[in-house]
Design a binder for this molecule. Sequence first.
Ligand SMILES: [Zn+2]
Length: 322
Amino acid sequence: MRPMVIMTNRSQKNFYTGAGLDRATVARKQADWLAQRLAAPESRFLAVWRGQFLVAPSPDGTEAATRPAYLDPSAPWWREAATLAPAFLGVEGDIAHFAVDLSGLEEGHPELLGLGAPTELRTLAHQVDRPTASLLAYVRGLLGWHQRHRFCGVCGTVTEVIEGGHVRRCTNPDCKTLHFPRTDPAVIMLVHDGDRCVLGRQARFGLGMYSTLAGFVEPGESLEEAVAREVMEEAGIQVTDVRYQSSQPWPFPSSLMLGFHARAVTTELKVDLEELEDARWFSRDEVYQASLRRGPPDGSLRLPGADSIARRLIEDWLASDV
Ligand SMILES: [Zn+2]
């Protein structure tokens, strides 16, 4: 018997989307314009330390007032301490937003302590509003790319930052290769046969948790082909009717998750135990019951977190007629 009512995120944007900034992709190429924005008293400078954000205890002790720390534009210390020129994020009306990487400071540095406790995005995302969570995801992806691309992949020379932090250019005059922020496409898919769906678990998952199958797209492969290949590799199932659903930035460290529903043609599971600890068919009712489950894990089925596109793919299937 199908559940009559199910909460669904169908009409909502995915988590980590909807920052609402104008990225000003033309203006940010102009050094003069950027310099003006950097000097403008109303500009905002978000502090980042080793991929984490700095969060001071809220004045009234509630999560509702949680904010990531911004730097005081009139206090010069951080301009010296930054490992990178402030990365331009975009404008909101007349206000420009930048991210400042303070990763060079040692853990426990007094200036860092003054800003707050380093906090991971996946924790903070649930304590701030959705546009802020999206902005933080953007920052994590962009600064993470800078950390891992300090040298030219063509000739090995140091690269320099240009265009407000959206391009790195090789400093070797014979090379000058431009490097752009990297985003790795990954497919994530809910495979179903109408009344049941396939969920798998990795050994690192929490007790009882199962999620949708997923994998990276390879060169020379369409998204639909990547879905079919990954499902066959991980679960031994043939699929058809591969339908795009929605996408989500996933800056852990640099993925773009492309979500699909796919219908199983075969049903016998052959689990790749290198990739997964287990994969199973679950009935609609089992998955529906799991979607309602709260409190500490007790070994029964758990679904992935509300910030994940996996959860949305599962809930949208529950709410659908297929
Ligand atoms: Zn080079």
